[in-house]
Design a protein around this ligand. Sequence first.
Ligand code: IMP
Ligand code: MG
Length: 178
Amino acid sequence: MNEPTYAIDQMISAKAIAARVEALAREIAAEYAGTDKLVVVGLLRGSFVFIADLVRELDLPVEVDFLEASSYGDAMESSREVRILKDLRGKIEGRDVLVVEDIVDTGHTLSHVTRYLSTRKPAKLRTIALLDKPSRREVDFKADWIGFSIPDEFVVGYGIDYAQRNRNLPFIGKVRFT
Ligand code: IMP
Ligand code: MG
């Protein structure tokens, strides 16, 4: 068996997350009030728990779609490149769109994804991230809504993984190597 060589210390409880998601949903519903249908776009895979809880708190007609982006460091360049691995199934031209991400870290992923989706001319495009690590930013990017701002720690749980583990934890925990 491959036992993990790390421990997980709780950082944000399931209860605190639920309360924050409820408050965010109210702000989002106010921002998109009157929309005929909001397209909620989850970035795979880390946002799957967050988007599931968020849409159930949203008092708006919604449609759910997913996009998968992959970022990787290019050894030959100092800049980061983001690739779209799985695109949306639906059209977003003229639609109200909310992009849902787990964490804004360097900022490369969400800034690339919002520029990419903007070219399709959505009526209104906004972003929400459950977590933000402002001290890690490499590009100027700010999500429209943030659940929690956290220090530079590696976190797991509530959909977020470490090498594909721990996505099923109901809380956000920080990884401590043992
Ligand atoms: P960035 O903002 O382009 O650097 O990338 C953000 C992505 O990096 C997130 O969607 C996560 O997939 C991943 N990421 C950043 N910080 C963490 C972490 O603490 N735990 C797990 N994944 C992370
Ligand atoms: Mg991610």
